[in-house]
Design a protein around this ligand. Structure first.
Ligand code: 5AD
Ligand code: SF4
Length: 437
């Protein structure tokens, strides 16, 4: 049987798709490259914003068309949308055979047996314990150079706008031994970089035979795989401790890049969002990071037009961006998610046109900041891990600096997986251009 998995949304979903592939691998399903050649298509979905859900719905309509032509085709919806919209998706005209929430993937073989006997099945039970730690992900999304390893699942921060605590359940950390083991195996398989993943990696707390927090885990992983680069995402600003900053700074193979979602620069909005930190705290953490590591890159997530956001609040977001001098950002217009506390208690009262205008101002400013950040790299030398051939020219390669910036440079006789020193001579706001030295 051939299985095609299409993944929407975040890195966590990429990692989850690899877990799903591993569960079905033992059941005789092989991964294939297109829906047209598949017997079973899974959409691993994201519910974080309305436009993410709309993309999945569009794809489901296309797949329903394909199924009309190939009635044997099985279609499954996995992940956060399955969790959120079980009844709705079953009631609609879409030809979905199976729905599995993020904690139900071990049930997939049994569910598929039911589907092949003509039933439509759904399992969206959340678990307080599931971490899939004993599974070896099948890295069908991977380039063989860089891999994701999930270290914790779920989130219980309940930021007012966010659907994740409802779709992915409570926070739980994975056993450190199984994380270290998976990283060791990646190193043996030739991987050169690992990104430790979790909704809030720096809240990682293992309490089993021993107690371990994120800085210690980072140290253990880094020393177990000394030839690999270590990255981690995403960090919550409330849990960026001095100890964690010192660990990133002092562990040679931990990359100097921290993704630290700010969401807003206004204390009033941060409070309404239930973010559990202030603008001053955030600025203090950024200062501590930059003092400990002058070469650190800091990226962020920002939301424009949250409930009741005024022009002054928006200005504070712009000024926070300038003060932090973010190297990169993911920027979004607020999208009300049913069931969240913002949807229940706060009015989504910033008009769409205003949200869009504010978002555009944020994007324009970030482009300036990213360009300045990249210009400051001109003339500097970086160790670059080669990831593959550049999209624009097969004579050029691309890779990343430890700061997570993409660099394009002439190929020479280098290949993916090599690490090379590159001096930067030019840039755009998105890419560095360099020469190997
Ligand atoms: N509307 C807009 N952006 C959101 N995010 C999460 N929920 C919403 C929402 N309802 C953004 C946050 C988060 C990122 C993953 O997605 O910035 O950090
Ligand atoms: Fe959502 Fe906040 Fe949890 Fe991040 S920390 S997943 S934004 S609730």
């Amino acid at each position: 049987m051939k299985l095609f998995i299409e993944t929407f949304g975040c890195q966590m979903n990429i990692s989850d798709s690899e877990i799903v592939a591993s569960i079905l691998d033992g059941e005789g399903y092989q991964i294939c490259g297109t829906a047209a050649e598949a017997d079973l298509v899974f959409l691993n979905t994201c519910a974080i914003r309305d436009n993410a859900e709309q993309r999945v719905r569009k794809r489901l309509r296309e797949l329903s068309g394909l199924k009309r032509k190939q009635p044997g085709l099985m279609i499954g919806v996995l992940g956060c949308m399955a969790e959120r919209m079980k009844e709705q998706l079953l009631e609609e005209e879409l030809m979905v055979d199976l729905m599995a929430g993020p904690d139900s993937y071990r049930e997939l073989p049994a569910m598929l047996l039911q589907v092949s006997s003509g039933q439509r099945v759904a399992n969206v039970m959340l678990s307080e314990a599931e971490t899939y730690e004993d599974l070896s992900p099948v890295r069908h999304h991977s380039d063989g150079v860089s891999a994701f390893v999930s270290i914790m699942r779920g989130c219980q921060n309940f930021c007012a706008y966010c659907v994740v605590p409802y779709t992915r359940g409570k926070e739980r950390s994975r056993a450190p031994e199984s994380i270290v083991e998976e990283c060791r195996k990646l190193m043996t398989d030739g991987y050169r970089e690992v990104t430790l993943l979790g909704q809030n990696v720096n809240s990682y707390h293992w309490q089993g035979d021993r107690s371990l927090r994120f800085p210690d885990l980072l140290k253990e992983v880094a020393s177990a795989v000394p030839s690999m680069r270590i990255r981690f995402a995403t960090s919550h600003p409330k849990d960026i401790s001095d100890e964690l900053i010192a660990t990133i700074a002092n562990t040679p193979n931990v990359c100097h890049h921290v993704h630290l979602p700010a969401q807003s620069g206004s204390n009033r909005i941060l409070h309404l969002m239930n973010r559990k930190y202030t603008r001053e705290w955030y600025l203090g953490r950024v200062k501590a990071l930059r003092e400990a590591m002058p070469d650190v890159a800091i990226s962020t997530d920002l939301i424009a037009g949250f409930c009741s956001e005024t022009e002054e609040d928006h200005m504070e977001t712009l000024s926070l961006m300038r003060e932090c001098h973010f190297d990169f950002a993911f920027m979004f217009a607020y999208s009300e998610r049913p069931g969240t506390s913002a949807a229940e208690k706060l009015a989504d009262d910033v008009p769409t046109t205003v949200k869009k205008r504010r978002l555009n101002e944020i994007i324009t400013l970030q482009q300036e900041l990213s360009l300045e950040s990249n210009k400051a790299d001109i003339g500097l030398r970086f160790s670059v891990l080669v990831e593959g051939v550049s999209k624009k020219s097969d004579q050029a390669l691309f890779g990343r600096t430890p700061q997570n910036k993409v660099v394009v440079f002439p190929a020479g006789d280098l290949k993916a997986g090599d690490t090379v020193d590159v001096v930067i001579h030019d840039c755009t706001s998105a890419t560095l251009l360099g020469k190997t030295v």
